[in-house]
Design a protein around this ligand. Structure first.
Ligand code: AMP
Ligand code: GLY
Length: 443
């Protein structure tokens, strides 16, 4: 499969002196972001024969192996624009939603620079739950039915008259913390107070929707207007601990090769959800020009949308992009320049599985700065999510720290490889789930 890459020992990002002749001939790409998702994007770009130089802003210690780190925040649009111009960047690729919501794509395009990602208007499909819900209702895209509120008392009265659990969603970007599944009135009341009275995430509305059941999965597509190119399906693990227990996190592991989703399911979701949404966004005057991520659920009443994201998922990207057999630069650049001749990407047959190593305490309070050793012995891809170099040592520098990803002939094979390789990593302050892909493997 060619998916097992030993990561070279960690060093600082290359210095200007290390730039070689061929660096002047190929394409220069700037990747925005600094997590595991961006490491996977940088890794995929580094496999492109056309790409000779990659910058990553802000990047992290692991990304610094494959790209020049640029100390500019992902939402500093003016700073990133000035950098791209000064360094003659041929293409910019945006990872995080915050940068898209800050209007980075609009700003780059206004200056004639090629950038992969959605405009601020198109990003509303993720940044506003109500925008997404209205779009789905108008274009008959299957999802839970909903009502939106801006008044605390009205929302509470509505929830009182409905069955529990109640699904409450803050209508804006809330770093994954804006969804509460309230088991009873007390929990619902606390959430509504926090969202509508205390305005914990800012001033906004709350969407109350039907509670759905069934396995969840992630369906990401590259989208250029009405052209929709599907990626392999994957499944994230949102809870912190084994058995899907504990608090919600950014994602503790993911894998491809989902046995519970049939080809017909995928076809249905592709046509009736992803393609319809792409068409709907064109009709609404804000075409998609990046990744559309469908967070979907296979309910007893069919496949429905839980949420849309306007970007690559994290940690899904870390298991999906290693399967790409096409030149990702062509896909990114084709979409960035609205080229109608984009060739559908080709994907490997095998499967991948990845496990996240997180700082103890995450997603709550955690300490940073713990040394990590043993990576040089790991015979799997190690994507860095939150690492830094201090005094020449690799140290933890975030909640989610590393993701170890391996390919295999099936999910069981990939899982075995990943856990074996993780045992070679030493760090006093990391924990990880031991049951990634349990939906696929455990009876
Ligand atoms: P979201 O941020 O919208 O993806 O929601 C976070 C998580 O909450 C999802 O991954 C689901 O597990 C759960 N969730 C969201 N909406 C619903 C729903 N309507 N019914 C059941 N679970 C939901
Ligand atoms: N893995 C979920 C997300 O990226 O939002």
């Amino acid at each position: 499969m060619g998916l097992v890459y030993p990561l070279p020992s960690i060093r600082h990002s290359a210095s200007a002196k290390e730039i070689r002749l061929e660096d002047c001939l190929g394409k220069t790409v700037l990747v925005i972001g600094g997590g595991g998702r961006e490491h996977a994007i940088v890794d995929a770009l580094s496999r492109s024969p056309q790409v000779s130089k990659i910058y990553c802003a802000p990047g992290n210690a692991g990304i610094g192996e494959q790209a020049f780190s640029v100390p500019i925040r992902d939402t500093d649009v003016a700073g990133l624009l000035a950098f791209a111009k000064e360094h003659e960047v041929d293409l910019t690729v945006v990872g995080p939603e915050a940068a898209l919501s800050a209007g980075i794509v609009d700003a780059f395009r206004a200056e004639g620079l090629a950038i992969f990602g959605h405009t601020k208007a198109a990003t509303q499909i993720e940044s506003s739950k109500e925008f997404a819900k209205k779009l789905m209702a108008k274009y008959d895209i299957p999802t839970a039915s909903y009502t939106a509120f801006s008044d605390y008392q009205e929302a509470l009265d509505y929830v009182k008259g409905r069955p529990f659990p109640a699904v409450l969603k803050y209508d804006g970007l809330a770093a994954g913390k804006g969804v509460v599944i309230a088991e009873n009135l007390e929990e619902a009341d606390a959430a509504l107070k926090s969202m509508l009275l205390d305005e914990s995430f800012g001033k906004g509305r709350v969407v109350v929707e039907d509670f759905l059941t069934g396995p969840e999965f992630s369906f990401m597509c590259f989208v250029n207007g009405t052209d929709v190119f599907p990626m392999p399906l994957s499944q994230d693990h949102k809870r912190a601990f084994d058995g899907d227990k504990g608090p919600n996190t950014g994602g503790m592991g993911a894998y491809t090769g989902l046995p519970f989703i049939t080809e017909e399911d995928k076809e249905f979701a592709y046509k009736n959800i992803l393609c319809k949404a792409a068409g709907a966004m064109v009709a609404e005057g804000c075409p998609l020009t990046g990744v559309l991520y469908g967070g979907l659920m296979k309910t007893p009443a069919g496949i429905k949308v839980i949420e849309f994201n306007a970007r690559f998922g994290d940690p899904e990207t870390e298991v999906v992009l290693p399967l790409l057999n096409s030149d990702i630069y062509d896909i990114f650049y084709g979409i960035a320049t609205n080229d109608s001749r984009i060739v559908a990407p080709v994907w490997e047959e095998g499967v991948t599985l990845g496990v996240v190593l997180a700082s103890k305490g995450y997603p709550g309070h955690y300490q940073k700065g713990y040394p990590i050793t043993g990576l040089a012995c790991v015979k799997a891809m190690v994507y860095h999510m939150g690492t830094a170099i201090t005094d020449d040592n690799l140290v933890t520098n975030g909640g989610r720290v590393l993701m170890v990803v391996a390919g295999g002939k099936d999910v069981a094979d990939a899982r075995k490889k990943v856990y074996k390789e993780i045992s070679k990593i030493n760090c006093d302050n990391l924990f990880y789930r031991t049951d990634i892909a349990h939906c696929a493997l455990d009876k």
